[in-house]
Design a protein around this ligand. Structure first.
Ligand SMILES: Nc1ncnc2c1ncn2[C@@H]1O[C@H](COP(=O)(O)OP(=O)(O)O)[C@@H](O)[C@H]1O
Ligand SMILES: [Mg+2]
Length: 232
């Protein structure tokens, strides 16, 4: 049996200014917690967008097993515009993501699932607070909860911990690791934080301006990594 969830074949992206990803071919097994690391501008978000189907690669392809249609992806993007005045409650924000969201209200099953993910992400106590008024860590948990409502097979987090304090970073990754271990969801986490990547993930993909490396997380050599500081 093939236990891969996806495989990339010879990927690169040619932007007018520069070419990113260097004939990237890598395999991702189901249940893995993968950290994608690499300096700013090396192509991490570009790779995520290609996996999501938002961007067509200039060359190469992404193959999903058993098929793209059969894989549900939950995605937490790198940037979000939630200001202090954002009016939706935590609960209503998380509920925005139900697939086939056609009606302005949720059905019984959706309400149950919403309650379940709010429990899992420890948001029940603040479910009725406006999202705009919550802390950075609570917002990231709400984004995570929103990505989880549809029971994804693959959860993608793009620098979710970048703006958080050290305690909130660990809390968020601990939660993701727990989900990974209990539900078997495959995780791709883009990060600049090598110690945290080593603490929580099982595999790494290091993108470099002239190539890439991948393997079990204990083989990621910090001295190989030329990455900058975390940024928001
Ligand atoms: N749509 C685009 N058009 C032109 N250049 C882009 C586009 N998207 C990204 N780039 C460039 O490609 C490089 C990689 O971007 P990105 O994947 O966002 O990097 P990372 O997430 O690793 O910081 C950057 O130099 C960026 O400016
Ligand atoms: Mg990025």
């Amino acid at each position: 049996m093939n236990d891969l969830i996806l495989e990339t074949h010879d990927l690169w992206e040619d932007f007018s200014e520069k070419k990113v990803l260097n004939n990237l071919s890598f395999k991702l097994k189901r249940g893995t917690f993968l950290s994608i690391v690499g300096e700013n501008g090396v192509g991490k978000t570009t790779l995520i967008r290609i996996i999501l189907g938002q961007l067509k690669p200039t060359h190469g392809s992404v193959e999903f097993f058993p098929s793209r249609k059969a894989i549900k992806i939950g995605y937490v993007p790198q940037f979000r515009n939630i200001d202090d005045e954002y009016p939706l409650s935590v609960k209503n924000f998380v509920g925005l993501n139900f697939s086939g969201y056609k009606l302005p209200w949720l059905n019984h099953e959706e309400k149950q699932r919403l309650n379940e993910v709010l429990q899992q992400t420890n948001l029940i106590k603040i479910e009725n607070e406006p999202l705009g008024r919550t802390s950075g860590g609570e917002k990231q948990r709400a984004y995570l909860a929103q990505a989880l409502v549809n029971h994804p097979d693959l959860l993608i987090l793009d620098e979710s911990t970048a703006s958080l304090d050290p305690v909130a970073k660990e809390d968020l990754l601990e939660l993701v690791k727990q989900l990974n271990q209990t539900t078997g969801v495959t995780v791709i986490s883009v990060t600049h934080d090598i110690p945290l990547a080593k603490q929580y993930s099982t595999e790494f993909l290091l993108l470099k301006p002239d190539g890439y490396e991948c393997g079990p997380i204990n083989e990621l050599n910090i001295s190989d990594y030329q990455g900058g500081q975390e940024h928001v």
